[in-house]
Design a protein around this ligand. Sequence first.
Ligand SMILES: [Zn+2]
Length: 304
Amino acid sequence: MGDAARPGDLDVRWIHGSTSRRRPTDPPLQVHRYRDDTIIARQSKDVTFEAPFVFLLFGAERALLLDTGAVDDDTLRRAVDDLVAEWVAQHPHPQYELVVAHTHGHGDHVAGDPSFAGRPHTVTVGRSVQDVRAFFGFTAWPDQVVEYDLGGRRVELLAIPGHHPASLAVHDERTGLLFTGDSVYPGRLYVEDVHAFVESLDRLVDFAQAREVRHVLGCHIEMTRQPGRDYYLGCRHQADEPPLQMTLAQLRSVRDAAASVAARPGIHRFDAFVICNGTGPRTQLPLVARALAGRARDAVRRAR
Ligand SMILES: [Zn+2]
């Protein structure tokens, strides 16, 4: 203790898909030690185009796994088992727990849940609003900050519906990391309920400004390093990705951008992210058209 918001290591080159999926050069899962008590992992674009990030935080009593990714095999489970075993070897505890929770309930963040079924001393939080409220003890969703103790390591949770009804932001006091799921990340921010999304971002900015935030970490990277330019939906090789981490200033700009386009369904580009406001044809058709064109272009390139 007494090491509040001690920095970690984000000097990492994330796996971003192999040039040929027939001869993958990426491991299926990249495990990065941000600190000895904080793991950031990414699933490979070779196994899922979503290539989501998942996070594992160790406290004295329990570890918190945020998300189980987009793949329904046991690769993540085995990696988590190894990491927990290593932790317990260094910090002996007779009944060290694992809590499997989610930034939100979409399929690319919960697909590995079944692989944790039957694991000893393990709780998996359900994916509905009711499940999340009940487990963490929210009584005034979404206008409430709830604390959760990992044993000498406190995280605070804030409901941020809008992308998904059960979206959570999680702030880790020990590292100053703010996990924002699919609500804020360098990519396409899909807004299902724009009213809720704008309100959530207002609350999230207030929440973040009242705390030490070293990095804002979402769950995907879909932008290129070219301002306003994202990879097409489903792209399998992203060699020119920006870093995962965003700043508090960027979080504020997501909030401002969302408010500015709230009345206009469709795709709105900003330097570090894209807002896809609404789930109707005005957002879906251009995304699908671009995805088809991108895939065809890549197929031609590979055939050459
Ligand atoms: Zn996602």
